[in-house]
Every structure is written in structure tokens, then in C-alpha cells.
Design a protein around this ligand. Sequence first.
Ligand SMILES: [Zn+2]
Length: 505
Amino acid sequence: MIIGLDAASPPLIERWIDRLPNLRTLYQSGTHGTLLSIVPPSSVPAWQCFATGKNPAKIGVWGFLSIGPDRRLRHGKTTEEIGCLWDTCGKAGLRVGVFNIPGTYPPYPVNGFMVSGFPTPPGKDWAYPKDLMKRLDQTVDGYEIDVPLTKPSEMRGGEEAYLAQVERLHTKSLESAKLLLEWFKPDLFFMTLQGIDMVQHDFSRYMDRPESEYSNVVRDWYIRLDQAVGELREFTTPETYLLALSDHGSMPITTSFHVNEYLKAQGILKVKNRSEKKSREIYTPLRKMILKTLPPNAIKAVYRLTPDRIAHKLTVSAQHERTLTRLVDSIDWSNTKAFSTGGPQAAIYINSTNYNAGSLQNPELRAELVENLETMLGELTHPSTGERIRAVYHRREDTFQGPYAMEAPDLAVELFGKDEKIHINITLGSGEIWTFAPHLSSEHVREGFWCMTGPGVPKNLRLDASILDLAPTLQKMLRLEVSQDVDGKILTQLLGQAIVIHAED
Ligand SMILES: [Zn+2]
């Protein structure tokens, strides 16, 4: 049983461990540690990298949305070809269940079932086998995959209304997971719960403000998720291997760095003369108006009843789509050397196709520009404290290996202030390089957690690992062939005297 607690952070688990009896028990009766996520530490592709043991350049998944070398938007997808554990195990005869893993829309046939995680467009099929949709819908009174609203500030009823939505979604997710375990009794079950990620982004800002009525929201959601782990554990036996993990952690943010405005100020990025405002922009005001005016239940109905094409345009992921599209539209490609598509690490691409008739295809010039960017970004100081910003660089050639490496950012940069991560904003047009109070109050970092219990798994052992290590380790434990092209290593400590399960009924 694999339970993903999206974005659960080791420092916060440690801080509240006395209130998390289930995780504490798992830590004590098994092996646990920090789980280092991939670059970029976004739910997609982090869950896909976990499930395959491969870096993004081997599976060609870069995010929910990314810009390809052709500057077109791409949606990160999970397919049978990338070799997720649920597919390799399914082929070996194990019955698998895949529930609510981000980036698994569209669902596809597995030896068992698959219920898509977010983002899933409204009105589309979200389960294999298809009749599972009706069954879940009926049992939990309308199955839900996501909250349509991610910014409490934009929503009628604000924080309270938002929390009620997260609460309802969580209850339905947990209920559905338990039903699926009961109905299918899979040999391997993969699932995630999204509650922590959802509240962390919006409520971290209140965490150390005891005067706020929301000061304990994040803590209380760690407790909720711990309880969920307890309820799911009731479906296990002493022979079950239980793995709980997060795909990344999170850190507070208070400051935004407008990376493309910065590149523009340095003469590295040029903007087209403003002429065309695209008609698609009408959806932003429309969406804002709907969210601010209608109560949440009515919004749900709007999403459900409007034609797919329009409903999609009102979602948050469509908003992200518009931000990227606007970026591509506003850049003067023939005079731009580099640009960033953002993310938890500013993904910076060298514009090698058009710039100076492709002269940046020249590896030396490219290396020089990457080096210059590193030097420049390394000299940034925090706009309010004056302190040097700490920059962590991930160059393409050191970070990404595989057939899709050419789609990887030439340079990914994480920026940190004192006790916080710097938020990356990619929009152009404000003319400002630094702003404060971004709409989110936490950002993903690479440090997540993991813990595992089961026959032969060492007790009370601390072992830090890479998120890529778990797939080959599980394959080994299941006596399946370990894929040749994995990037992770087998955690041999876990294999000690492991009793191995066979692929049989
Ligand atoms: Zn995540």
C-alpha cells in the first residue's frame, strides 16, 4: 500500500510528530527519512518519476504544462510507455489500483483500476474501467477530483469557504480510497491525498501568528492526514508493506522574483511591441466575477453544466495555460537570448532556435550564456533585507539524462532568502522585478519524506533516499525484474530478510 501525502514536509512532520500517532508508529516500526525529489519538485512530474524511478528526461514529462522546443504548450501525461510500477506490476500479474495520482488523466487500462488525479478537465472520463465513475459518483454523492478554486482571496466566503471545499474533497477522496480497497482488494495500491498541499499554499502565512484564527490550519491538516493514514492502515495485515511518502516538501514564501522582467532589464529578453490583445483574456475577468459572486456550490454547478470547452477555460489550470501562452506571445523571439517558464525552480531556456540565426546552437556560446546567467543570479540581493540571495543551480547536462534531455531547461535555479524560498513569477508587463506578498504563501522544495514498514523492513532506521530509489527497490522486493534504465538505486537495507510476495493470487 502506497499512500502519497502530497507536499508533506519533514520539518513540519518533526515539529508535530507527537500529534501524529500513525506516522510516529510507522517511523518507529519501520524505516524513514528525507526523500529528495527531482527537479522540478512539482507534483507532475514528481509522481511520475517516483513511479518509474526515472528522471524527467527519460519519460518526457516536465509538468502539468510546459513549453516545448516548438514553443507550443504541452500537457504532461502518464502513459503506459513510461513504465510506471503499476504497469510493470500489472504485467507481472499483480492486480493494481491507481487512485488520485496527479497527472494520470486520461486514465488508461491497467490490470485493475485507475482513477485520475488532478488536473482532469471538467466533463471528461476520469476512471478505468469506465463504469467505476458511476459507482463512485453514486456512493460518495458526486465524486470530486479537485477544488475548482485555488485562491481563497478570489472566492466568495474567502478562507472559510475554501477550507470547506478542501474538507469536502478530502472526505470524498478518503472515502473513495477505502471503497476501492474494499471492492477490488488490489495486490498493490497507489494513492495520494492532496489536503496538505492545498492548505500549505494558502495558510502557511498564518502558521506562526497565534493571533490569527487560521494559525493552526496547516498543523490541523497534518493531523487530518495522519488520521487518514490510520484509517487506511486498517486495510493492511502484518504481511503488508506500507509506504507513505511525499513528492516534495514546502517552504514559506513572502517575496516574488519576476524572472522574465529581470532578464528583460538585463537585455537578455526582448518584448514585442504591444499590439494584439488576445480575445481569450476575457476569461480571466469572467472567472474572477463568477468566483467572487457565486457561492461555491453554485460554482460547482457552473463547472458541471457549462460546455466542456468553456468550463475548461474557467479553471485554474487554464489560467496557467493563458499565462504561458501570453508569455510566448509577448516575447520577441528573434532578439531574445533566454526566457523562463518558472516553476518551483525558475526553468530558464536558452532561445537556441531563432536567436542570431541559431548561433546558440553553438555549444560554447550556450555554455557561456548559462555561466553568465549563473553569475548574475548569484549576485542578487534581497530587496528588503539587502542580504545575498542563495541560488542553487541545476544545469541541464548535470541534471537531466535521457532521450528528452533536449527539452529540459538549460538552467534551473532555486532562489532562497533567509528561512524562505523566493517565489518565481514569469509574467511580463509589470516592469517590476521584485514584489511582495505573492498570492501563495508557500512554495515546493525538493525535500519530502518517506517511511516504510513491512516484513523484514528495519525498525527505527533513518535512511535518506532519492524519490527515484523507491521504484527499483519495490521492484526488487516484489522479485520483479528491475528496469535497466532506472536512475535510482536499490535501497538494499530494506531487503534484509524481506519476505517476498509473489505475483499470484
Ligand atoms: Zn505535489
